[in-house]
Write a protein that binds this ligand. Structure first.
Ligand code: ADP
Ligand code: MG
Length: 565
């Protein structure tokens, strides 16, 4: 602390570069501050620091297994986030002077680089805008940030009461909630379910722009008797809720009755949620993929032949590429790619689907003889029968789906009921408009992907980095991720970018499936730090799923990919 203080006195008012003298470790009372990277100037991205406590302050049961450790790290990241908001003044001069940040969290719990809980210490990774007046060092402001604010952030965010402000009971609840959700999800296959929605869950969100729970007017979830199941959890004992079995499930109901809200909650059910989210015990198979139309996307060498036959000009669809997919071909590609990445559950919402991909009625069959698309309605059953892939489809308008559903859940005023018997009556009374065509579902042909098609150069550097939750940048190429509805945080996009960057740098043609497993296994085992580009603070990262990694690779426009030969 003394040394840090005297170094700051010495460099006061010097050029900003003098801050480099702070690099390295500084021992404070009960913790160590590591200054890992010093920014070039006050307007550049902030400096990277780590703070490590030196006490065994927490009960080891909070991190006794990997799931609990991730949950506890998530708890502490949020705790530091809150402490920063309360303690840090933020604006102390030019550019980013005085800013203190920790990686932003979303509603979901993910392995992140922001916090490390080890047996003997806890380490928070943060970013600090070292204060400047104009472009010279402002030692007084720097002391306020580093010697006053940071220790206080630590005391509130990382040190348990009574010395600090961390509530041990809250920490325990956080960890137990996450562990319960995780267990529940892992048990879905053995109890024959693809998803589960607990009684009392709050599904709607605050607004279209916020993922926080709707506060006052939310109607809590009540399961229909026919689908009510009870599950034993490690911490919360027995809970009840709606279990959705394997097969084809239809979610029907009038407009604005909560169909899309339910499906969206299920799509986020691949992740654990923080306590208070409302969807803590809403889970789906961990490999579930939300499928939508995405016209305009590029497609590289994907086998969509199960869904789409010969295209105009005699183009085959076993090795389909286009820089500009239509609504239906993009949705077909999204399904083929999800099957390739591995999935046991597709989530489809009529609202975001291409109509001609979903159904085709008799009149159109008569009028248009050269239709290459076999609609999804013909494929949902074979998908389950042959490939063990279940589907949950939300429909408001297309009654034809009643013919292919194993069960129908009807939403009225946000209340679900079992409408399967009534649906059987309706289908007998009103025969389908067009007979179903019997189809075979087959897995798409495996593909290899060629790294030489991706150019990481940008000026003099090689670059692969995340750009928020919307995109990644590979060299000069921007890859649009805005339609990936299950990408939760910017940190996941960052990891996706770094993995792609490593693959391209290695320069090896790979099978897509092999790349997915081989890239993510070491990261899950050795932690995200193994993707850090230099020693110390590894940057802001959260663990993505294989499904999102695949989706990002598949959206690289210049990508060369095709069936294995
Ligand atoms: P649908 O897809 O059936 O047309 P949505 O799922 O889009 O309906 O929901 C319509 C509106 O109702 C949305 O504003 C949503 O936030 C709200 N909503 C959904 N479920 C609930 C609920 N359980 N309680 C209160 N509001 C809800
Ligand atoms: Mg809807």
């Amino acid at each position: 602390m003394q040394r840090l203080s005297s170094t700051l006195d010495r460099i006061d008012r010097k050029g900003y570069g003098a801050y480099r003298d702070l690099s390295g470790p500084h021992a404070f009372g009960s913790f160590t501050l590591f200054v890992d990277r010093v920014q070039r100037d006050p307007f550049a991205p902030p400096s990277l620091v780590r703070i490590r406590t030196r006490e065994k302050a927490f009960d080891p049961t909070l991190f006794k297994n990997p799931v609990r450790r991730v949950a506890f790290e998530d708890f502490l990241t949020r705790s530091v986030e809150r402490a920063i908001r309360r303690v840090v003044r933020g604006s102390r001069g030019s550019g980013g002077s005085g800013r203190v940040e920790i990686q932003r969290t979303s509603q979901v719990v993910l392995p992140r680089a922001s916090m490390v809980v080890a047996p003997d210490y806890v380490e928070a990774r943060m970013a600090v805008g070292l204060p400047a007046r104009g472009r010279s060092v402002d030692a007084r402001a720097a002391k306020a940030v580093l010697l006053e604010e940071l220790p206080e952030v630590l005391r509130r965010g990382l040190v348990p009461a009574p010395q600090g402000s961390v509530d041990r009971e809250k920490a325990r609840r956080h960890v137990e909630t996450v562990e319960d959700a995780n267990q529940l999800r892992k048990r879905l296959p053995e109890i024959g379910l693809v998803a589960f929605v607990a009684d009392g869950a709050v599904l709607p969100r605050e607004s279209g722009a916020s993922d926080r729970p709707l506060a006052d007017s939310a109607v809590p979830f009540v399961s229909p008797e026919e689908y009510r199941v009870e599950v034993d959890l490690p911490n919360r004992n027995t809970i009840s809720g709606m279990g959705i079995p394997e097969g084809v499930t239809l979610v029907a109901g009038g407009g604005f009755h909560g169909k899309s809200t339910l499906l969206s909650a299920l799509s986020w059910g691949v992740y654990d949620h923080e306590p208070g989210d409302g969807r803590e015990l809403v889970v789906a198979r961990e490999d579930a993929v939300k499928i939508r139309a995405e016209d305009g996307r590029s497609v590289s060498g994907v086998d969509i032949s199960a869904m789409i036959g010969r295209l105009p000009g005699g183009r085959t669809t076993e090795d389909f590429s286009t820089p500009n997919a239509s609504g239906s071909t993009s949705q077909a590609a999204n399904i083929a790619e999800a099957l390739e990445a591995g999935t046991s559950l597709l989530l489809v919402d009529e609202d975001t689907s291409a109509t001609n991909f979903m159904i085709r009625d008799e009149r159109m069959r008569e009028l248009v003889r050269s239709e290459p698309i076999s609609p999804f309605i013909d494929l949902v059953r074979p998908l389950h029968r042959a490939l063990d892939v279940s589907t949950i489809v939300v429909v408001g308008g297309v009654g034809d789906y009643l013919d292919v559903a194993d069960r129908v859940i009807l939403l009225e005023d946000y209340r679900p009921s079992d409408a399967t018997p009534r649906a059987r009556e309706v289908t007998t009374e009103f025969p389908p408009r067009a007979p179903l065509t019997s189809r075979e579902a087959h897995p798409p042909r495996e593909r290899t992907i060629d790294p030489s098609s991706v150019d990481l150069r940008r000026g003099k550097h090689q670059e692969a980095r995340g750009r928020g939750v919307q995109a990644i940048e590979l060299g000069r190429e921007r890859v649009d991720l805005s339609y990936l509805e299950q990408l939760a945080e910017a940190g996941q996009a960052e990891v996706v970018a770094r993995i792609i960057g490593e693959w391209v740098a290695a320069g090896e043609v790979r099978g897509m499936r092999d790349l997915l497993t081989e890239a993510l296994t070491p990261v899950s085992e050795n932690g995200l730090d193994s993707l850090g580009s230099f020693r110390g603070h590894p940057g802001e990262m959260s663990l993505p799923r294989a499904q999102e990694l695949a989706a990002a690779i598949n959206r690289i426009r210049p990508l060369r990919a095709g069936p294995d030969t």
